[in-house]
Design a protein around this ligand. Structure first.
Ligand SMILES: [Zn+2]
Length: 438
């Protein structure tokens, strides 16, 4: 499949963000070899690419449902109008606004005119999940497109010098036959890794909170494809809400059984838990009952010293996603220095930084490092420490971890020698797909 979206709307990132005196930080963010453990493949689909594809195949507008009842909405809530909203888009930018979880465009996704003012509304996980309804129907059962997008994911990582990634997705959400979705995605990822041989990618398969019927096959597929390197499945997750943690929830039994089976087979588990303030109790459940070795988000635990002690004792790693935490309402933003990732670190809990859904949040992994360095008070040594902790916490086999560690060390040494400073050389192919429209 060959089509390329125009990149004219992609601005050079970071030019106005760091002051002229801080340009070494910008160069550091660009060039430091990165590791990303929490990134959803479907949250990376480039809306400009999808728009270009839709323009070439206008009949595919029909694949969007006219209306969709959203599983997380109350029974009497009106259905979301999907096809109409896509049909109303006349430019790539319109479509991007629809697919991107920017709070000021929330009204657009609900069939209303966007706010004229800059006034922001509080973000929510549900509003973020609604974004996916405007592009997943286009890719569903479209294996050539899935392969293209998986390959493009590897390019996105290469462009930011992300040397190791664990990319997660629900194969059941992307195709009627999840094995065909997995095959197309694996093909695309492998093609990308061939084209960009310095990038290592493994996969995590996600159960979806409100689709418990998929859970048994998620773990079966993880067992089936665990040794299928390159780009093997190295773990499982449950995404899109945390209701399944409650024993009385209809979503509980199957997801719990899925994790038990994974543990029996030695499949590592990371779970979305404690993402929003009212979900604090889910983190100890994820660790003690479900056997999670890593926690996606987990911001809620910073109010609970006892759980933080447990996390420390069990050496559980936290996958922090700063932009995502603000956009979903997971962290009510005060001073970036008080971000839960900092509270966890000050309690000797190891964290990594990830972008979660960069296309949906209109951000990038590089942008997360900018936030950490400029706003969260991290220094370059913190970055290197967190990268090393991320490699340790990854579900990659030891041989791959060693390769990634060596690569980090090598780039660190060679750039250090050339510039005389700590990795302040521009990464030559750097590109940040963050779009500035406000
Ligand atoms: Zn996530």
């Amino acid at each position: 499949m060959s089509f390329t979206a125009s990149s004219s709307e992609d601005l050079e990132a970071g030019t106005t963000w760091f002051s002229p005196e801080e340009q070494d930080l910008e160069l550091f963010c660009r060039s430091v070899p990165k590791v990303e453990l929490h990134i959803h493949l479907d949250g990376c689909f480039d809306p400009q690419d999808l728009w270009a594809y839709l323009q070439l195949n206008p009949h595919l507008l029909q694949c969007f449902p006219v209306e969709k009842k959203l599983p997380w909405e109350k029974k009497d809530a009106p259905a979301a109008r999907i096809q109409d909203s896509v049909a109303k888009c006349s430019t790539a930018l319109d479509y991007r606004r629809l697919c991107t979880c920017r709070r000021r465009y929330r009204r657009l996704r609900h069939g209303q005119e966007p706010r004229r003012s800059m006034q922001r509304v509080k973000g929510s996980l549900e509003d973020m999940l609604l974004c996916f309804e405007f592009f997943t129907p286009l890719v569903y059962d479209n294996f050539a497109l899935l392969e293209h997008l998986a390959c493009d994911f590897v390019r996105r990582q290469y462009e930011q010098n992300v040397i190791y990634s664990e990319v997660r997705y629900s194969p059941q959400l992307l195709a009627s036959d999840p094995r065909l979705a997995h095959a197309a995605i694996t093909k695309g990822l492998r093609r990308g890794c061939q084209e960009f041989p310095n990038v290592i990618v493994n996969q995590l398969l996600c159960g979806i909170n409100f689709c418990p019927q998929w859970a048994p096959d998620v773990v079966n597929m993880a067992i089936e494809f665990r040794d299928d390197f390159p780009c093997a499945v190295v773990g499982i997750d449950v995404a899109a809400g945390e209701d399944h943690f409650h024993p009385e929830s209809p979503f509980h039994k199957d997801h719990f059984a899925m994790c038990q089976k994974a543990a029996q087979h030695g499949i590592p588990i990371t779970l979305h838990a404690g993402e929003v303030p009212e979900s604090m109790d889910n983190v100890p459940k994820a660790i003690l009952k479900y056997g999670a070795k890593r926690i996606g988000h987990g911001y809620a635990v910073v109010r609970d010293l006892e759980t933080m002690e447990l996390i420390k004792a069990k050496q559980i790693h936290f996958e922090a996603c700063p932009s995502s935490s603000v956009e979903t309402g997971g962290w009510i933003k005060t001073d970036w220095k008080d971000h839960p990732a900092n509270v966890l670190r000050s309690n000797a809990i190891k964290v990594s930084l990830s972008s979660d859904d960069p296309a949906v949040f209109n951000t990038s992994l590089t942008w997360q490092w900018r936030i950490a360095l400029k706003k969260m008070g991290w220094n370059k040594d913190d970055v290197l420490q967190v990268l090393q902790d991320s490699i340790d916490a990854s579900f990659a086999p030891e041989s791959q971890k060693e390769k990634v560690r060596n690569r980090l060390q090598q780039e660190y040494n060679s750039r250090n020698e050339r510039s005389g400073r700590l990795m302040e050389v521009n990464y030559p192919d750097f590109r940040d797909r963050v779009h500035y429209d406000s």
